[in-house]
Each structure stands twice: as C-alpha cells, then as structure tokens.
Write a protein that binds this ligand. Sequence first.
Ligand SMILES: *Cc1c(COP(=O)(O)O)cnc(C)c1O
Length: 338
Amino acid sequence: MAIDFRSDTVTRPSKAMLDFMIQAPVGDDVYEEDPTVNELEKYTAEHFGFEAGLYCSSGTQTNQIALKVHTQPGDEIICHEESHIYRYEGGGMMINSQASPRFIRGNNGRIIPELLQDQINPDDIHYPVTKLVSLEDTANRGGGAVYDFNDILKIKDFCTQNNLKLHLDGARVFNALAVNQCDPKVYGKPFDSISICLSKGLGAPVGSVLLGSKDFIHKARRVRKYLGGGMRQAGIIAAGGLYALKNNVHRLIEDHQHASLLEKHFKTVTWVAEVLPVTTNIVVLVLKDATKQNHYIAALKAEGILVTAFGKGRIRFVTHLNISSDDIQKVCQLKLEV
Ligand SMILES: *Cc1c(COP(=O)(O)O)cnc(C)c1O
C-alpha cells in the first residue's frame, strides 16, 4: 500500500477504536440525548477549562459556526493571510457570516502581536467594525509552526483592550500542546472559542468539537442546526473521537519525530532549496525549480509515496499514526535525484 503523506486526515480507525464505537450508547443528539456525544463535549470542554462543547461534522463547520456567533454581517475578522478560515473554507466566512477578513502578516502562519497595533478600525461609518481575531495553532501553511504562548497572551491583551473576541482554529492544537508543554486549561484561558479536529492526527474517522461559554455554545447549536449539521445517533462516530482523545494524544510526539527525520533527510536532497522549520507533523519542501513541482510529486507517487502540492514550488508531507518508522526509513533511503 502507498505511504500516504497527503494529510493527517487520511488516518483510518484502529480495530480497538472501531470496537469502542460499536459499543457506544447512543440517542438523538438534536434532542441532546446522545450520551456519548454529551460525554465527548463535556470531556473536551473540561480538558481545556471551558464551560461547554459542541460536536460537529468537520473543522470547517466548527470554525464557520464560531465566526458566525462572534460577528454580525459587515464585521471584520482579523486573521493571518494564510489562515485556513480564509483560504480553505470555500469562502464560508463571506457566505455564512458576511464578514470580511483583514489580513495580518506573520511568521510561518502565526500572527506577530506587534503587527496588530493600528489594525483596528476607528468608530467611523466608513469602516467595517473589527470584531474578532482568529489564530491557528499549529499553523498549517506555516509548516505546522507552534505559537509561543507569550505571544498568544500578548494578542489576548490586545483583544481585551480593543473589545475583540479571540478564536482559535485548533485543528492541530494537540500537536501544539505536545511541543509547548502548556497545561491545556492554562492554554485555553485566553480564547473565547476553540475548534479542535478529532479526524486528523488523533485518528478518529469524523468530527470536530467547538468549545466556548454556555451562552456561546447555545447560540452555536442553533447555527449548527440551520447549517444542517444537527446529527441524530452521532454517538457512534463521536465515540471514535472520545477514544482518540483518551488514547492517541500521547503518541503525537512520534509523528513529530518522524517529521523531524524527514526534515533532516530533505535538507540533504539536491533538488530541495529549503525545508520550512519542522516542529510538529508537517514538513514543507521549497523546491529549487518550482516548475518541476508536478514532476517530483509524480516521481514520489511512482515510488508509492503520496504528497501534496502546497502552493507554488512547495510540497507538503504530513506524518500521522498510519505512518510507521519503516515508512520514514523508506523515504529517507530513496534516491530521487531526478
Ligand atoms: C483541517 C483543518 C481544518 C478543518 O478541516 P475539515 O476538513 O473541515 O475538518 C481547519 N483548520 C485547519 C488549520 C486545518 O488544517
């Protein structure tokens, strides 16, 4: 079988996870009567020190719901120019929230707190109302970069001073926590809402959880319903998420070690100009010859190695729980001097 580095979303549920899912007690989650969904929401919320959680079908949905609840039509959302909420959610920010993005430059996908100064619109009818700052940790387009927690606190101070809410797209927040070693409750404190993907490196087949205050989640539940995201006996899939949180968090460090081996290897490869600094499970190669991007992707594929194009002249590898040390060795021994 191919070694699939295209994304950590390609992970498949293990036998143990499937067994756990089959045995999960279920009910109608639209009536809030699914015990497994309720347990997952409570477990995740408590883990990060939040009042409540909401299980949703995808990370796009949890992000979109959060943006919608935090803003009114016409408001402005501050985000990094490379953020998932802007680039990869089908224009949902503009469709669902009728909000416009205001881009902040940054360092490998992370907002630099100092650059936020002067980015708030004054109360003037010409300008949209700035309402929300959204961060991504780890930052996908930044090669899986992790925020320095002190920078998050600086950004929070800025939000407090300017009456802005702070959202976290924490699709890979557990990868970030494995690196910054923060207590999840301390880490969660600055944020008004957090979106967490269970279906990436954690290995669950479906779902994300949105965290917030009781009032926020009450509103979020309504948005989820009208987006068509209210599910019935969702406990079957939520159980996969619960299993993932309890069993697969501790092993993420292995994925980071694998990524770091790939980084070391590709730094010695002649057709690679640069490897973005690797701290988590994402490895981005910057090619010497951008025009050969498809050529390298095809050559890797011919060797049974699947990767993705990641912008002009860039190739992304993502490590995850279905990638073994042997797989990494195979890639590192490959002679692809073409
Ligand atoms: C994967 C991802 C999401 C959510 O994606 P879905 O495929 O909708 O679950 C959100 N943000 C980031 C940074 C991601 O990598």
